[in-house]
Design a protein around this ligand. Structure first.
Ligand code: KG4
Ligand code: ZN
Length: 351
């Protein structure tokens, strides 16, 4: 018998995603986004995002089913992102998923979309290792997770104490008058700059912090150091090389992310690091992590870029792991959880 067909629904932020997954096979991944509407505000407006989900959901679902050549009756289970994310956006996807699941009589799983950022890698690189380190890097998260079992057992080793990596990049983009979101622009400029030109601080890398916050990050001091550098150079009448600032800043962020992820793998005896989230598009992260992991004898799995930003396939991917593990569906009355803990893979039913 073939593996169950799982429909995944994602609406945590600005992307409305619908994906269909069977085991490690992706049938379709359709996404609509309202990101274009936020450039003039310099940030996402939750009310606009929620309305956009309402408008996009049914057309995205129809297009996905058409492309995959399946009907809703063929679906064995439905997974929907229950958090973390924007509560209004999550509500739209969850209401849609509950309506579909109850009218079709299918089991419904309210899942953790951050764990989905790691689970999606199986669609590109095959079945996930049993025990691995997950490095989740996005606009909202920078976390190191020890995945002992992707369906049932996730340990949070560390995370950012302030800004996420993507958020820090966006803030530096703003300091340099780059368009929103600044991350990809800072990345592009950094490739033309000299990483050694300026030495920016690495957060939590020295003294007591180094041991106490072994797997944690802090990027807000770094962002302030960049702001001071720009102010100082401007006051002295110097021309600021945006390329050098971006290259040195990117080096500081990625030095921390990669050193701590590799250390976590060595400390826990994991031979694989899986990277997920929109920031994994960053060119220096990819290069430095590959280099350092190789030196340490650790394998790196990075999903292709189309799987790194929020999408329905990642929700279907974690959903199919839950179904395969034989776990019971969520209760019908679950609510969105904007601050869902990363150790909660899905909203399990009350006993
Ligand atoms: O995962 P994601 O799509 O959104 C969240 O769910 O949070 O991540 C988006 C974040 C934004 O902060 C964006 O600026 C950043 O990832 N980002 C990048 C790059 N591409 C996207 N940051 C640095 N370099 C990139 N190439
Ligand atoms: Zn995400």
């Amino acid at each position: 018998m073939s593996e169950p067909l799982v429909l995944g629904i994602e609406s945590t932020c600005d992307e409305t995603g619908v994906g269909l997954v069977r085991g490690t096979q992706l049938l379709v991944d359709r996404t609509a986004t309202s990101m274009d509407e936020y450039a003039r505000y310099g940030g996402i407006i939750p009310e606009i995002a929620s309305r956009a989900h309402l408008e996009s959901f049914l057309p995205t679902l129809d297009a996905a089913l058409d492309e995959a050549g399946v009907t809703l009756a063929d679906v064995d289970a439905i997974a929907v992102a229950a958090g973390p994310g924007l509560v209004g956006s999550l509500t739209v996807g969850i209401c849609a998923a509950k309506a579909l699941a109850s009218s079709l009589g299918k089991p419904l799983y309210g899942v953790n979309h951050v764990i989905g950022h790691l689970a999606v890698d199986k669609l590109a690189d095959g079945p996930l290792p049993e025990h691995f380190i997950g490095l989740v890097v996005s606009g909202g998260h920078s976390n190191i997770l020890e995945i002992r079992n992707i369906a049932t057992d996730v340990v949070e080793l560390g995370g950012t104490l302030d800004d996420a990596a993507g958020e820090a990049f966006d803030k530096v983009g703003r300091l340099l008058d780059l368009p929103y979101p600044g991350g990809p622009y800072v990345d592009r400029l950094s490739q033309q700059g000299d990483r050694e030109a300026i030495r920016f601080p690495r957060g939590l890398a020295a003294g007591k912090d180094k041991e106490r916050h072994k797997y944690d990050f802090s990027f807000s001091g770094l962002k302030t150091a960049v702001a001071r550098y720009i102010e100082g150079a401007t006051a002295r009448g110097e021309v600021v090389s945006k390329e050098n600032v971006c290259a040195a800043f990117s080096e500081a962020v990625n030095d921390s992310l990669t050193a701590k992820a590799v250390r976590a793998a060595l400390d826990t005896g994991c031979d694989t690091i899986v990277v997920g989230g929109g920031f994994s598009a960053n060119s220096r992260l990819r290069a430095l992590l590959t280099e350092r992991a190789e030196t340490a004898g650790v394998q790196v799995r990075m999903p292709p870029l189309r799987f790194c930003t929020d999408n329905g396939a990642q929700i279907a991917a974690i959903g199919s792991e839950l179904v395969a593990a034989g776990l019971p569906p969520s209760d019908w009355d679950f609510s969105p959880d904007s601050g869902l803990e990363l150790t909660t893979t899905y909203l399990a039913p009350r006993a």
